[in-house]
Design a protein around this ligand. Structure first.
Ligand SMILES: Cc1cc2nc3c(=O)[nH]c(=O)nc-3n(C[C@H](O)[C@H](O)[C@H](O)COP(=O)(O)OP(=O)(O)OC[C@H]3O[C@@H](n4cnc5c(N)ncnc54)[C@H](O)[C@@H]3O)c2cc1C
Ligand code: FES
Length: 532
């Protein structure tokens, strides 16, 4: 990397601040984590919201506005999950495409989807205005252009579908701001939006507290039932429970057969101020990719310093824990991203940040928002894919309407209980992939002995029938845990980029010392003694 002075290195994962070693531009720009009281007594509320990402905080805020008593608990700090790792583009340019929604569902559903995302953008704009939230909110236009593996037919089909869905899109000849080689066409989506996610969450949290809400951070919800949950040894009793943990931690199987975890990568480079007008750019995705969710590139600008803006560019996704299947390890994914970005934006200067994150891809292209299947008073928001800013916002609007018993035409389309048969092919592919991962029980390991590791390195070792997650820290201490995922028993993989052990099946992730940082697993890895 060039001039990596802002890039955090060498510290093992702080499971409270973020879900990986690399810190995003947003996280590093904050002087300190967004922390509140730690729960230290039993509490009662009308609604318990588990989690302080965009979905949880928006839901807590919306319900508190209705005059209900709301308690929010977050096991790290506000924004310490995927929301702190986002690129914070608010768009109705859905990464799963409107013509696909028409195929899987129908035109009416595609219209509802378009309308819901436009309304989510408007909701943010109004909230920012009403509460004078200073979060660098900006309206910008976005441009969807062809990936080099794709043909113009995709853009034509998508353009026609966006029109049928009621969006004010335009087909342009040429891509504003980008060097030519991606073809001469793009679809322009007007009036999209962007902001600084942590400034937004901080001010939204202030507004929630003003409405009478309570936030507890470093407070992990456990034993979630229809009566509430426990945390830090205390009981939280509530009539309604919202689990907005990005991937549900209250459900062992059902939702985890409907969505799949992918990792995605981001670089941020300085560019001379004013060189590029603020906007958003996305390509249509790699049609030669082996993954069911085809990875695409996404780009935006942010204000940086007096002389520079920051060009934030993302992509190079792969199924979590399976980067090696394409022969490009997690830590090497940035190389392709830098190459891709330099070709389109040749004026980028120092790359000052890099980070990665996890997105949940639903099998039928719509997020899951609403009542958890088979529960009456437990609600979830998950399956956001790359549109989690708008989906998280919609989570707040939809769940509030369900709790307040108000009708809302989006409730049915986002229902986590919906059944869609037209995605069976993709479903079977993802299930096949999941089954294959259990083959890791019978294949070789990364390392033969801990001596194979240098300080700061980790790996998976076999010992008889055991699989062991080994980490050799910077002070030359050895950490050894079982490498068997406590969710459903898959073998974890070492992620050298974020210094975590990642599960290739449903995306649970663990620190170098075995502490769980991403569900669906709810417990830490058991320590093992390798001399046994
Ligand atoms: C690199 C990257 C770029 C992206 N870019 C965009 C974009 O430009 N536009 C867009 O729309 N979307 C984007 N996304 C997706 C979007 O950022 C996410 O979908 C969204 O932030 C998820 O928000 P969330 O509130 O559901 O989850 P999170 O932000 O992950 O919040 C969940 C919280 O739950 C907490 N938690 C978990 N378990 C417990 C427990 N038991 N008790 C208490 N707390 C718990 C975690 O600590 C975490 O803070 C991007 C994602 C990534 C990774
Ligand atoms: S997350 Fe399900 S097996 Fe690991």
């Amino acid at each position: 990397m060039n001039n990596a002075k802002h890039i955090s290195v060498a510290e093992p994962v702080n499971e409270n601040i973020s879900s990986g070693e690399n810190l995003s531009f947003w996280l590093e720009a904050m002087d300190q984590p967004l922390s509140y009281e730690v729960l230290n007594s039993d509490v009662k509320a009308d609604v318990l919201v588990i989690c302080g990402g965009i979905a949880g905080l928006t839901t807590a805020f919306c319900i508190a506005k209705e005059g209900r008593k709301v308690v929010l608990v977050e096991d790290g700090f506000i924004g310490s999950g995927e929301s702190g790792r986002t690129t914070a583009q608010f768009t109705c340019a859905l990464d799963d495409r409107y013509f696909e929604l028409e195929k899987i569902y129908d035109e009416a559903t595609a219209q509802l989807a378009a309308n819901s995302h436009m309304k989510a953008i408007e909701w943010i704009a109004n909230t920012v205005k009403q509460h004078s939230i200073d979060c660098r909110f900006k309206r910008v236009d976005g441009y969807l252009f062809l990936h080099s593996s794709d043909t113009k037919e995709t853009l034509e089909k998508e353009y026609a579908a966006t029109k049928r869905a009621g969006l004010a899109t335009e087909m342009l000849s040429g891509i504003p701001g980008i060097n030519g080689e991606d073809g001469k066409w793009c679809i322009k989506f007007s009036d999209q939006a962007q902001f600084h996610i942590l400034l937004y969450l901080k001010r939204l949290a202030d507004a929630f507290i003003k409405l009478g809400g309570t936030i507890y951070t470093q407070t992990k919800a456990e034993n979630i039932t229809k009566h509430g949950a426990s945390a830090n040894g205390f009981t939280i009793t509530a009539q309604h429970i919202v689990v907005a943990t990005n991937t549900p931690v209250n459900d062992w199987v059902t939702m985890h057969t409907k969505q799949w975890p992918y990792r995605t990568y981001v670089i941020a480079a300085k560019i001379p101020k004013g060189k590029l007008p603020f906007g958003m750019w996305w390509d249509t995705g790699n049609h030669e990719s082996k993954w069911v969710s085809q990875p695409y590139h996404y780009v935006r600008l942010a204000e940086f310093d007096e002389k520079h803006d920051l060009l934030i560019s993302g992509g190079e996704d792969h199924r979590t824990g399976q980067a090696d299947d394409e022969g490009i390890k997690e830590e090497d994914r940035y190389t392709g991203l830098i190459e891709w970005t330099k070709k389109r934006f040749p004026f980028i200067e120092d790359i000052v940040y890099k980070w990665s994150g996890q997105v949940m891809e639903p099998i039928d292209s719509m997020a899951y928002i609403g009542k958890n299947p088979s529960d009456d008073n437990i609600y979830i928001v998950t399956g956001d894919s790359g549109n989690g800013m708008t989906h998280g916002t919609l989570g707040g609007i939809i769940i509030t309407d369900i709790i307040m018993e108000r009708d809302n035409s989006w409730i049915k389309v986002y229902s986590p209980s919906r059944i869609t048969s037209k995605t069976t092919g993709d479903y079977l592919k993802e299930v096949g992939n999941m089954v294959l991962q259990y083959g890791d029980w019978f294949t070789g390991a990364d390392i033969k002995t801990p001596e194979d590791l240098k300080p700061g390195e980790g790996g998976i070792m076999s010992s008889g029938f055991r699989k062991i997650a080994v980490y050799f820290d910077e002070e030359s201490n050895l950490h050894t845990c079982t490498a068997v995922c406590p969710h459903l028993g898959a073998v974890l993989q070492w992620n050298a980029d974020e210094k975590t052990f990642d599960c290739p099946v449903h995306g649970s992730r663990f620190t170098t010392e075995g502490k769980v940082i991403n569900g669906p697993a709810t417990s830490d890895l058991k320590k093992v003694n390798i001399k046994e």
